[in-house]
Design a protein around this ligand. Structure first.
Ligand code: ADP
Ligand code: MG
Length: 277
């Protein structure tokens, strides 16, 4: 009974939130209704998502939080068109993609969505520039344009001069910058990032959040970012908390942090200082 009451209170709070959170005039860039995902493992079925309803508007910056196993990555994979829901609707930029074929999903994904992962997912024997070029190879961009756009994207994340470096010659933070550049080269309207600071020390994490905030502010890119760290979520505009495959809380960030300001207040890192665990 208590749970139901809390749910009702939550639902009645929804319209207010959306009105305050975003541009009321625009329509959602992401709209999911009663989204379910069940992994069928033969003998057991895992209900990873149990009815998620959520609207995200252009220019939002949403932190997805919740305990391990609560369905965050499953949700991000559906939003990123890497997987299809078992049940429910997903409208991406107004288009129902929930029943799209894998091929159609791949096309939309390549055009509209940039991905950033905790483990960077870079090709190790390939330069930063070539790593960033990859998504454009799939979308048929000419070599000259690929190089130009990759250089621009690397510059935008502060990696000018490192274009020829291989991942092993770059720090974790720099590798994540390469991954962000790679996510940007096809000019996506949405960037989804699953624990992008999970492998980084705290200063480097703030530097990565500065890039996300800049992309959000200057280019209006909608950002969805999974984190389990409360201080990282403070850089977002809105926090959605998952529990047991459902949305448990959805609220605006109060006292939002500005990464560019936080960085200037942090002590400079000594070159030989050990990284935080
Ligand atoms: P989170 O990212 O919040 O830790 P996940 O979305 O990864 O949660 O997982 C939600 C649930 O679904 C967990 O119980 C997990 O074990 C299960 N799960 C995730 N991916 C798969 C998969 N590919 N096959 C089977 N079960 C999965
Ligand atoms: Mg996860």
């Amino acid at each position: 009974m208590k749970g139901e009451l809390a749910e009702m209170a939550y639902e009645s709070a929804q319209p207010v939130l959306e009105e305050e959170a975003t541009q009321k005039t625009s329509s959602p860039v992401i709209q999911v209704e009663n989204l379910h995902k069940t992994y069928d493992l033969g003998e057991v079925q895992v209900h990873a998502l149990r009815g998620v309803t959520l609207a995200i508007y252009p220019g939002e910056f949403v932190a997805i939080m919740g305990a391990s196993g609560s369905g965050k990555s499953t949700f991000m994979n559906l939003i990123g068109c890497l997987d299809r829901p078992t049940k429910g609707r997903y409208l991406l930029e107004g288009q129902d993609v929930s029943k799209h074929s894998k091929q159609e999903l791949a096309r939309i994904r390549n055009r509209s969505i940039g991905f950033v992962f905790q483990g960077f997912n870079l090709l190790s024997r390939t330069s930063a520039l070539e790593n960033v070029e990859l998504p454009m190879i799939y979308s048929g961009v000419s070599h000259v344009d690929r190089v130009r756009r990759s250089n621009e994207a690397l510059k935008a994340v502060g990696l000018e001069g490192r274009e020829g470096h291989h991942p092993s010659q770059l720090s974790g933070g720099q590798q994540q910058r390469v991954a962000i550049a790679r996510a940007l080269v096809n000019n996506p309207s949405i960037v989804v990032a699953d624990e992008p600071t999970g492998n980084l020390d705290s200063r480097t994490s703030v530097e990565i959040m500065e890039i996300f905030q800049r992309l959000n502010n200057e280019r209006g890119i909608t950002i969805l970012l999974v984190t389990h760290e409360h201080d990282i979520a403070q850089y977002a505009k809105r926090v959605v908390v998952f529990r047991d495959g459902k949305v448990r809380r959805d609220s605006l960030v109060e006292n939002r942090l500005e990464a560019a300001k936080v960085i200037t207040a942090l002590p400079a890192i000594e070159q030989d200082e050990d990284e935080e665990a």
